[in-house]
Design a protein around this ligand. Structure first.
Ligand SMILES: [Mg+2]
Length: 265
């Protein structure tokens, strides 16, 4: 059911917002309970491409968050939906983890990791991608395959360590092909549009809460959504854009923010 026109909905990023380095944000789980009590709809939107929705839900449950799979919208699901629209059933050369292959196959696509004719090269995060995969992918592109990247984030916070994310892999791919790369996840407008359609939220009444200025906040603003930056994860030292709707020290401050800014009817 779509929300009433004036009822706000929330997109909430996961990594760096609900947890960081495998540790849940203090009082984070109560925030989702608060949102349910106030009947505010939410969808967890994430660029994480190394877990299926089932695995993400299980991880969150272990950290104390009561979340259903349907309340999670990862970039891997968005990629699988994109490929369905584009090819119906796509033959996919996958650079990424087995969990990404699982998501694509659940949506009717065929996946493989050796060189054979492909409709698409799907690039997700893996522990370490290798140049052999880029070598194969380049030849497949020459023969007509489309490159679909789950996102192009440059880094990700692994607890106290910052590691490279997909951006450098996508850049390596781009350096040896002529055509464009289709990027699926945040901050792409088509990702936010797909998430709005998935959740049946209204663009002008949806507030994106995230820790990344580039992926979450900039992406949301450019897609016509409202936004709130949390000062955890990537957001600890970021400069807040002037057109961002505000900031929270952590997601635990969201109930107070709602009480002040979204008065009860
Ligand atoms: Mg994040």
């Amino acid at each position: 059911m779509p929300n009433e026109p004036s009822s706000p909905s929330f997109f909430i990023d996961i990594d760096g917002v609900l947890y960081g380095g495998g540790v849940p944000t203090e009082k984070g789980p109560q925030v989702l309970e608060y949102l349910r009590e106030r009947n505010f709809k939410f969808l967890l939107v994430t660029n994480t491409s190394r877990m299926t929705r089932t695995q993400i839900a299980r991880k969150l449950l272990n950290l104390g968050y009561q979340v259903q799979e349907e309340e999670i919208f990862p970039t891997s699901t968005a990629a699988a939906k994109y490929l369905r629209k584009r090819f119906k059933k796509a033959d996919c050369f996958v650079i990424g983890d087995n969990s990404l292959r699982d998501v694509l196959e659940e949506h009717g696509h065929r996946t493989f990791v050796e060189e054979e004719p492909a409709d698409a090269i799907v690039i997700g995060q893996s522990k370490w991608a290798d140049f052999r995969q880029i070598d194969i992918a380049r030849r497949l592109v020459v023969n007509g395959a489309e490159v679909v990247a789950l996102h192009r984030d440059l880094t990700w916070p692994d607890g106290d360590v910052t590691r490279i994310a997909l951006g450098p892999i996508v850049a390596a791919m781009e350096s040896v092909i002529d055509g464009p790369v289709t990027v699926i996840g945040k901050p792409e407008k088509k990702f936010f549009t797909a998430a709005l359609q998935h959740a049946k939220f209204q663009r002008e009444h949806t507030i994106m809460i995230g820790d990344s200025v580039q992926s979450d906040i900039r992406g949301a603003i450019d897609s016509g959504l409202k936004s709130l930056l949390v000062r955890t994860g990537n957001g600890t030292n970021e400069c807040i854009p002037t057109d961002c709707g505000g900031e929270l020290a952590t997601i635990a401050d969201l109930p107070d923010w709602c009480e002040k800014n979204l008065p009860k009817p």
